[in-house]
Design a protein around this ligand. Structure first.
Ligand SMILES: [Zn+2]
Length: 311
């Protein structure tokens, strides 16, 4: 009874599967991504900003050829970093690790809960609602995840997004400031930041992929408090990343937690999958496991067959 089980779109694809007894429903966002082994010898056209993507790939057949190809790549702040070429095997290993690191960071966290109202007010029918019940005693929910499909340069398929990957010639201790169109080989390692006495850990690659989970109307998904910081006229450059600990810990802040803000790509899309006019509710897997989420009155009614108000 899921209205649209699979959606293909310019920004990202997604699929949803109904629950079966004992197995919760799932929704997966699939991002087709093209990682470009940035040629350090190529530069943005004269007159363009240093951060302008070049999209020129260079893959060396041997480590010696990779080392011989050098140049300057600018980070998001316009700071120059000496880089070298990628060796083919080295880049293949990077891509495999990239997919694993990014998917692990995003997955196994987000749960969405179906809205309570029935179809008479624009919500789900009973049949549609049942698709999200895996067990009478477990609140109806959808486990959400992210899948990265890395497109090889030889494929004709069009990616949803592209990212340049700079290969730093020498370790930079994660000082290369990445953006979602240009990352570095150091972005698969955990980045640790201190703010106001608290410690935050984040895999930069996962954060940058988050920026790519944009709506069709925007260029990228913004930082967790970008809107609030702008409304406030905040001058602190860290403000968009969260002004308080509860926001900073977000994936689109400087942390690794998939918060309600980070759930926006799934929240937007599930409405189209299911045809509900109501927003779904956000929850974290930990809340479900700790039994902090109640079984709703609608679920109890459906399971017990006491009410059938919603055809
Ligand atoms: Zn960012």
């Amino acid at each position: 009874m899921i209205r649209q089980p699979a959606i293909k779109s310019d920004n990202y694809d997604s699929v949803i599967h109904a629950a079966t007894p004992g197995q919760p429903a799932t929704m997966t966002i699939r991002l087709k991504l093209r990682l470009i082994a940035r040629d350090p010898a190529a530069q943005p056209p004269p007159g363009s900003a240093r951060r302008t993507p070049v999209w020129v790939e260079f893959l060396a057949p041997t480590p010696a050829a990779a080392a011989a190809r050098t140049g300057i790549v600018f980070d998001a702040n316009g700071k120059p970093f000496r880089c070298r070429g990628w060796e083919q095997a080295e880049f293949n290993a990077f891509k495999i690790r990239f997919k694993r690191v990014v998917e692990t960071a995003w997955n196994n966290q987000l749960i969405l809960l179906p809205p309570e109202p029935g179809p008479e007010s624009g919500g789900l029918s009973d049949a549609a609602w049942r698709d999200f019940i895996s067990s009478p005693g477990v609140p109806a929910h959808v486990r959400c995840g992210l899948e990265i499909e890395l497109l090889d340069g030889s494929l004709a398929a069009t990616p949803h997004s592209r990212m340049e990957v700079a290969r730093l010639a020498a370790p930079a201790n994660q000082q290369f400031r990445s953006r979602s169109l240009r990352i570095s080989n150091e972005d698969l390692d955990v980045k640790i930041r201190e703010r106001d006495g608290a410690t935050y850990r984040q895999f930069t690659a996962a954060h940058e992929v988050g920026h790519r989970l944009r709506s069709p109307a925007e260029d990228f998904l913004e930082h967790v408090e970008a809107e609030e910081a702008e409304a406030d006229g905040a001058t602190d450059k860290h403000a968009p990343y969260g002004r308080v600990a509860g926001k900073r810990m977000a994936m689109m802040g400087i942390g690794s937690l998939v918060t309600r803000y980070d759930a926006i790509p799934w929240l937007r899309r599930i409405v189209t999958h299911t045809g509900s006019l109501f927003e779904w509710d956000y929850a974290h897997r930990v809340q479900l496991e700790r039994r902090q989420l109640p079984v709703s009155p609608r679920q109890n009614a459906l399971v017990n067959g006491t009410v059938s108000g919603h055809p």
